[in-house]
Design a protein around this ligand. Sequence first.
Ligand code: F6P
Length: 756
Amino acid sequence: MRLTSRLSIALILSVALVSMGIAYYQTRAQTESMRRDLERQSLMLGESLARAAEPLVVDGSNDRLQRLVERFKDHESVAGIAAYDGAGKLLAVTPGLAAIANRTPKAVNEALRNGWVRTAFLESPAGPRHIVALPLYDDDGVAGVLAILHDASYIESRTAALWRRALVGVAVQTVIIVAITLLAVRLSVRRPILHMAQWLRDLRAGKALPSAKPAGEFEPLAHEVTQLASSLSEARAAAQQEARLRYSAESTWTMDRLRLFVEERLGGTRLFAVSNREPYEHRRASGGIQMVTPASGLVTALEPVLRSCDGTWVAQGTGDADRETVDEFDRVRVPAEPPQYTLRRVWLSREEERGFYYGFANEGIWPLCHIAHTRPIFRAEDWQAYREVNRKFAEALLDEIAPDASPVVLVQDYHFALLPAMIKEQRPDARVAIFWHIPWPNPEAFGICPWQRELLEGLLGADVAGFHIQAHCNNFLETVDRALESRIEWERFAVNRAGHLTLVRPFAISVSTDCAESAARPAGLPHLERASLLARLGVRATYMGVGVDRIDYTKGIPERFRGIEAFLENCPSYRGRFTFVQVASPSRTLIARYHDLIHEVENEAERINRRFQTANWRPIVLLTRQHSHQEILPLYCAADLCMVTSLHDGMNLVAKEFVAARDDEQGALILSRFAGASYELPDALMVNPYDTGELANAIRRALEMPARERTERMRRMRAVVRERNIYRWAANLIGELCAVRPQSEPPLLQDPAEVA
Ligand code: F6P
């Protein structure tokens, strides 16, 4: 039997039962009240008649007594009156009552015996009657009884009428309540259940556009199911990947493999990472507090590593709701669903942030290491702040690693050059690596930094110093060689300084291809066709290019736009047909150079658009706000080409993200030869971003490349990115670090075959 039928029967029975109960009590109460009224009425009449009858009974005036009772026989519903002497003998009676009165009713006998007024309902051949028996007294006691009978049949007929009305009421109430309830159930339960079922079907089928997620009462359930579905699809993807790997006997790194590797290498100790940028910011938004992932290559790379081994990530708290979301130790478990590792936040004052982050790190070291012709600015107060903030982070980290013996610490980036030495000073047993996410320039370029020695000494506190490519390692070793007293061991790329050995190694950072591939067309995200995607951006075009960057002078965005301009000049047939979508997230805007660059980028896009645009088309769509990965993926998937034109870049993960997203093996990558990624992706169309003509030619080549060539290039690039993914990066770095003997013992050099 269906739920609704069972529900209806249960509902009808219960409503009918309750209504009947209520009707029964109401009817009974009314009957009782009618009986009480009749009783009261008979008593009133009886008392006044008894006063008149008493002397007549005592005196034996039976004739007068007979006249008295006959006078009242027609009073209201009186059925008859009878008078008895003290022995119960009938003295006077109204006509028609003799049949009852002759048999001396029980109430009369009781009144005679006890001398009390008695009332009762009795059945007579003429119908139900009410009797009141009132004792009459003389000086010696009870001298007789006066009995008055009322017709009580009207109570029965009225009670029957009441019952009839009540039953009709019960029926009507039952029908109305059941109908309303069933309607409400249909609207509030059945319809959402049908909706939920449809949504689950879509989800199970992995539909690109599942019906809207159930809301209201079912929202928590839908939320849990979504989590379950995504865990299942991740598990399915992992199983497929494992099967592929087994089949092809490849040794690709996966999250699971990294987890096992880290577990085995760490042997019970935990993994710690330190960076300035945090992986999740909590920000206040209209609907409450939101978790936001900042635009950062570092975060893109490190996040899957921390997820795979439930470590602790120490980073600056920069979200406006960050303080509200941490516990008393400034820790919060992230991400929201399901939490996989711990984020420990460090708080900086405005002054500290200005001197450390904007000042020394980004006006000093950043332009120092990137050859992009922006002059570094070195201020003594910024250097002071840089040192203090490095100390602050060191303290937070020392606090976190306190319970662990020989902890493994991965320090990230140019913000923390001093941190390795600070940690080692307090915890010589800690195994510390620093990974430098930006290029390392030649010794002459680095040598202009007034505090180059201090920076190098800080870095050489690490057991392993990692860079993206061998060229950066060589530059670093040469810089150390020129600036410090030390022994460079070129045969094994290491620095020996005051008995401490620092291995200098290239670890090409990457992306987690499994996530990118499965996220490229996630169930909840519409995979838009190029035309509708462009239509949403207000343009119509046949071809589309994409660029994704922070607005940074090292990224070569204006240069890229000028390349597009030259392409449209040289190839007029593409006017009206090719649009370039540039996602540009504002970055470090408190620094004048960055602030001015936003205007420069906007002006350049506007100038070029003005030159070529038509009613429905413009060559450049500039989106100057931070976009989530989920928003960017459809752009990667829909584009004919992606442009990465950095003037100088450590690696550039956009290039790898684009390749990872193209599971259709389509799309061409135009890549600056000054980005670290160019060493690994020779199948990209390599460009010098300073050469506008070369950029224009590359765009044309990308659009006109034979389909087969495009597929082959993309297939090869995908193989590289899949093989050299972020898990391999982490495994190599952690493997190298774990081979280091703590407490300054000489390191066991790792067998490269082990992690290759
Ligand atoms: O390239 C160095 C780097 O730290 C990257 O890891 C990251 O993408 C970028 O700079 C982010 O910079 P910031 O943290 O200053 O926004």
